[in-house]
Design a protein around this ligand. Structure first.
Ligand SMILES: C[S@@+](CC[C@H](N)C(=O)[O-])C[C@H]1O[C@@H](n2cnc3c(N)ncnc32)[C@H](O)[C@@H]1O
Length: 269
């Protein structure tokens, strides 16, 4: 059990890690190395999304803003918040060069700087599993949503990407199975170190890997936190690459064995 002091330390440390990752993450994501996001997860997320034309939306953990811009292009008036000032600076600079009508703020998802019932919907792309106290974040998102508003978010799949995951490959290098472990490990802030898997070797030699604090929860814990916040679980998708996409982008081929992401849509009744 973590106490309040531990929580404060975890929160500060997670924020510091993301601030340290932000410069390289922005550069590599914008260069197209986040292939899971661009080729598979964002299209699946947008396909699952209800019509957001004319709605007022909040993107939680917006990073450099690529997905916030996708939602603005789908017709929503967007606000993006992120805990790392460098991400917010990059997102804002992009907005100044290419306006999408988005306002960006540096803020912690645990303390959203908005009055109650301000937004028609909220989104979070691959950020909820990077935050401590997700149960409290869910309550905070519930608070800022209007009645009947929705929250759609995507996270690393709790079952198929627990703290340990390894692709098992055949003699041709084709992923044929996935080994997972530590599903029940109580992971609160352990730092995982990686690059985007398609980052070329030459770039790896020039850049430091990301240090990502991980806050793993089991599927049942997620469902418990969702319902405790007052939400109804309305829809769930586990994106799988089509055969064509898997052939084109080898990196995402393992999602034909098990999903990497879990996308859910929650409703405030
Ligand atoms: C994996 S990145 C995803 C960024 C972006 N949503 C995207 O899809 O490209 C996770 C993001 O969550 C942000 N984050 C982590 N903890 C946060 C918190 N407590 N409040 C707000 N943002 C947070 C990080 O700074 C980072 O930008």
């Amino acid at each position: 059990m973590v106490n309040q002091t531990d929580n404060d330390v975890l929160k500060r440390s997670a924020a510091d890690h993301w601030e340290a990752n932000a410069e390289t993450w922005t550069k590599h994501a914008r260069a197209g190395y986040d292939i899971y996001r661009d080729a598979l997860h964002t299209p699946a997320f947008l396909q699952m999304l209800p019509n957001i034309k004319g709605l007022n939306g909040l993107d939680v953990g917006c990073g450099e803003g690529a997905n916030t811009r996708s939602l603005a292009r789908a017709g929503a008036t967007m606000t993006g918040i992120d805990i790392a000032p460098t991400f917010v600076r990059h997102a804002t600079e992009y907005e100044q060069k290419e306006p999408h009508g988005i306002r960006y703020l540096t803020a912690d998802a645990l303390h959203l700087p908005f009055d109650d019932a301000q937004f028609d919907f909220a989104s979070a792309f691959m950020s909820m599993m990077d935050m401590p106290q997700q149960g409290d974040v869910l309550k905070e998102v519930f608070r800022i949503l209007k009645p009947h508003g929705f929250f759609q978010f995507t996270i690393l799949h709790p079952c198929f990407v627990p703290p340990f995951r390894k692709n098992i490959r055949d003699e041709n290098g084709k992923a044929v199975a996935v080994q997972v472990a530590d599903y029940f490990a109580n992971i609160d802030g352990s730092v995982e170190t990686w690059w985007f898997s398609s980052l070329p070797q030459a770039e790896r030699e020039q850049s430091k890997p990301f240090n990502i604090p991980r806050f793993h929860r089991t599927l049942s814990e997620w469902i418990g936190m969702i319902t405790a916040a007052g939400f109804i679980l309305e829809a769930s998708v586990e994106p799988m690459a089509s055969e064509e996409l898997a052939a084109q982008e080898d990196v995402v081929a393992d999602t034909r064995i098990t999903p990497i992401a879990w996308i859910v849509r929650l409703r405030k009744s």
